[in-house]
Design a protein around this ligand. Structure first.
Ligand code: SAM
Length: 203
């Protein structure tokens, strides 16, 4: 993972077909966060989305968590700021009390974890969100272009990870609803294979 963390920022624009900046800036603008509240970015990697949210919302506190200490070390070195910090933690066991965050974001994390873990992570996100809080998730979904299909099936054939296949089969959508979220929508798509989900925790 040390190597992955050090080259991650170079690889990410390639796997998103040049859309990495556009995607993160779109998410950072779309997420609605009340002033002086806190946001959690789950599976933050090197902090690309975490830092984009912090830059667009200087009046909120953003925390990025990731299971990998080397990813967190890179995020901390490159993208820590006054309102943006990082810590090592598991998405399925978030070290925060219930109803802590006004919003939770996550980009390209869920295709890394298997179905039961996807569910546990969504349940944990639900727990730490305040009532009325919003989630915004960008991840692999049923592809919608030929290139998107080629990339997704290529990744699936290369890595043979059921976690990826679950996303290509569109299983994330139902899980979000099953975990209690309401008003589940897909407001945007990127790169032929990435969907954005938006949903809220009821009051
Ligand atoms: C493809 S990267 C996405 C990073 C970042 N969100 C972005 O968009 O650039 C996926 C990240 O999920 C992290 N991850 C995998 N399993 C995890 C878990 N159970 N809890 C927290 N992070 C995890 C990996 O360490 C990796 O940094």
């Amino acid at each position: 993972m040390v190597k992955a963390a050090s080259v991650y920022d170079l690889v990410q624009p390639l796997v998103t077909l040049g859309q990495e900046k556009r995607l993160n800036q779109w998410l950072a603008k779309y997420i609605k966060i009340p002033a002086r509240s806190s946001v959690l970015d789950v599976g933050c990697g090197t902090g690309l989305l975490t830092a984009a949210i912090a830059a667009s919302h200087p009046d909120v506190t953003v925390i990025g968590i990731d299971a990998s200490t080397t990813m967190i070390a890179v995020a901390d070195r490159k993208r820590r700021s006054q309102n943006c910090t990082y810590q090592t933690a598991l998405a399925e066991k978030l070290p925060f009390p219930a109803a802590t965050f006004a919003a939770v974001s996550s980009a390209l994390f869920f295709h890394h974890v298997h179905f039961e873990l996807k569910k546990r992570c969504l349940q944990e996100i639900y727990r730490v969100l305040k009532p009325g809080g919003r989630i915004i998730i960008a991840d692999m979904d049923v592809p919608y272009t030929k290139l998107g299909w080629a990339l997704s099936l290529g990744a699936w054939l290369l890595f043979r990870q059921p976690e990826i296949k679950e996303n290509i089969d569109g299983k994330l959508n139902g899980l979000i609803t099953e975990c209690g979220f309401e008003d589940v929508e897909k407001p945007a798509r990127f790169s032929g294979y990435i969907s954005v989900w938006s949903a809220v925790k009821g009051e």
